[in-house]
Design a protein around this ligand. Structure first.
Ligand code: NAP
Ligand code: MN
Length: 272
């Protein structure tokens, strides 16, 4: 089995990834960052997001494992002091995995170019200055005319990230859905949006067409795909749907999704 390591450059993560490397060699497992079967990320959820995009074209053959050098994260099940336990799990691996939905983005530019992107957490469309005006379609049916800061389209595992700050629901990672949440929409007698997040099924799609009032070819819409800004030309539309691809994690232990949410955001203890 080939194992890759993707570490953030911090000193804690470097120390953990060096320890990992020597233990992997001692177990006679193969280190291969080019085409790994298992990719271990060392850092935080942000590091896992970077690794996902780095290995995006190998999703069908990679299972991810996340080690968090800080607190427990959403994509990171292991803590830095659990390296020995993880090595033991790798040595006894029998291919166990769990997979989660991804967000497919089809971008159409005003010059006719098209581009596809994949997001693990979410994509947002925002205006750099002023408010964003956009026609929002669901399955080719005009749904609303949005005016506000922007829109956030997220996966179930991304629902605890930006989406949650935008007032979206936290979605079970067992559901194959995509959520659209509003970022500071304007609602008055002139402008009206639904005002609540919406969740679409695998047979549906959402198309967002920013209305660019400035008729020059300058693009003033900011488009993100996870932690990255998509460098772009003037955007005509972005069509979002649930991807046919998924991200797989090696499931050596199972952290129940709702336990993770409760521990990360609430840290509740029973009253005795
Ligand atoms: P960052 O600024 O370090 O991320 C912000 C926080 O989001 C970090 O605490 C990060 O955890 C956490 N996070 C990432 N994915 C998460 C998930 N699926 N569920 C719950 N928390 C999550 O930047 P980053 O680490 O590169 O992460 C990029 C993400 O930041 C974007 O995909 C977006 O979701 C989020 N973001 C949020 C806002 C907002 O809430 N207003 C604005 C911009 C971006 P770690 O510390 O473990 O990395
Ligand atoms: Mn981060």
């Amino acid at each position: 089995m080939k194992i890759g390591i993707f570490s953030n450059p911090g000193s804690d993560s470097t120390r953990v990834s060096n320890a990992l490397k020597s233990k992997i060699k001692a177990e006679h497992l193969t280190l291969d960052n080019g085409h790994p079967d298992i990719l271990i990320t060392v850092g935080g959820d942000g590091t896992l997001l970077s690794a996902f995009h780095h290995y995006e074209d190998q999703l069908a053959s990679i299972r991810f494992v996340g080690i968090h050098t800080g607190h427990l994260g959403f994509y990171t099940d292991w803590r830095d002091y659990e390296v020995d336990e993880l090595i033991d799990s790798l040595a006894h691996d029998n291919g166990q995995s769990v997979s989660y939905p991804l967000l497919d983005m089809l971008i159409e530019y005003s010059n006719g170019d098209r581009e596809s992107r994949l997001a693990l957490n979410e994509s947002t469309l925002k205006k750099v200055t002023g408010t964003m005006l956009a026609n929002v379609y669901i399955k080719d049916q005009l749904f609303e005319l949005f005016r506000g800061d922007g829109l956030c389209v997220s996966t179930p595992t991304g629902s605890t990230a930006y989406n949650k700050s935008a007032g979206g629901a936290v979605i079970s990672s067992e559901l194959n859905v995509v959520q659209v949440s509003e970022i500071a929409s304007i609602n008055n007698r002139v402008f009206r949006t639904l005002g609540s997040p919406i969740i679409i099924s695998p047979s549906e799609w959402v198309r967002i067409e920013p209305v660019q009032l400035d008729k020059s070819q300058v693009n003033d819409i900011l488009m993100t795909c996870d932690q990255n800004m998509v460098e772009n030309h003037r955007i005509k539309s972005v069509t979002y749907r649930i991807s046919k691809q998924r991200i797989a994690f090696a499931e050596y232990r199972h952290t129940q999704f709702w336990k993770r949410v409760s521990e990360s955001f609430i840290g509740v203890k029973p009253i005795d």
